[in-house]
Write a protein that binds this ligand. Structure first.
Ligand SMILES: CC(C)(COP(=O)(O)OP(=O)(O)OC[C@H]1O[C@@H](n2cnc3c(N)ncnc32)[C@H](O)[C@@H]1OP(=O)(O)O)[C@@H](O)C(=O)NCCC(=O)NCCS
Length: 186
């Protein structure tokens, strides 16, 4: 493991580094991935570098690389964004960029590590996210770790000639601690 920050069973999360830049650009410019994140325009190298370096300038954004321990393979990124220490909330984001690794439970494992860090280390009260209604895969992954569908911004996202709903999902620290399965995993 290189520079591990949070360590799970099959994966670990580490800070993003300059050498991750090309990989991250390839992922973010993949149209299938782009459509799940709501971006319209391609990401340039300059913008991607700014995004990468901006993460550690303040304690408002924590972006981490998701790496499979076996073979040390960087497969995606995840993190907490817009961390608000007064209201004790933050937004969760994740992308498994290497599609061959979709469906193997890596996103739920990474999400659990981030939730534990957010609740048990940063003392957050609420972690939320937005997911478009067409992204069933992501909704399923989020439900597995205890995110609850809290509300719907109807037809807020336009893609491929159609409007889709923007779903708000969230989890509270109390729910995280009450959830038997999750507590066992902690
Ligand atoms: C969404 C994402 C994070 C999920 O990661 P993952 O590691 O593949 O998650 P999982 O391994 O839990 O697999 C997803 C689950 O959704 C299920 N699924 C896939 N397509 C589905 C569909 N159309 N309808 C319902 N369930 C579906 C899979 O079967 C799997 O469930 P299972 O383990 O019970 O079989 C990953 O696919 C990804 O990064 N996608 C691109 C970027 C993205 O969408 N980010 C999230 C933006 S909100």
């Amino acid at each position: 493991m290189h520079n591990p920050f949070l360590i799970g069973e099959r994966i670990y999360l580490r800070p993003l580094a300059e050498e991750d830049l090309d990989r991250c650009m390839r992922w973010i410019n993949d149209p299938e991935i782009l459509s799940t994140l709501g971006r319209r325009f391609p990401m340039s190298r300059t913008l991607e570098r700014e995004w990468l370096t901006s993460h550690y300038k303040s304690e408002k954004d924590l972006g981490l690389a998701i790496v499979i321990k076996d073979g040390d393979v960087h497969i995606g990124n995840c993190g907490l964004h817009q961390i608000d220490y007064q209201n004790r909330n933050a937004e969760f984001g994740i992308m498994i960029g290497e599609k061959e690794h979709w469906g193997h439970g890596f996103a739920p494992e990474a999400a659990k590590l981030i939730l534990r860090y957010g609740f048990d280390e940063l003392n957050l009260h609420r972690i939320s996210l937005e997911v478009y209604s067409h992204n069933k895969r992501a909704q399923k992954a989020y439900e597995k770790v205890g995110f609850i569908h809290e509300g719907t911004l109807r037809e807020a996202y336009f893609r491929n000639g159609c409007y889709y709903d923007d779903l708000i999902m969230g989890i509270l620290d109390t729910e995280w601690r009450q959830n038997g399965t999750t507590v066992l995993d902690r």
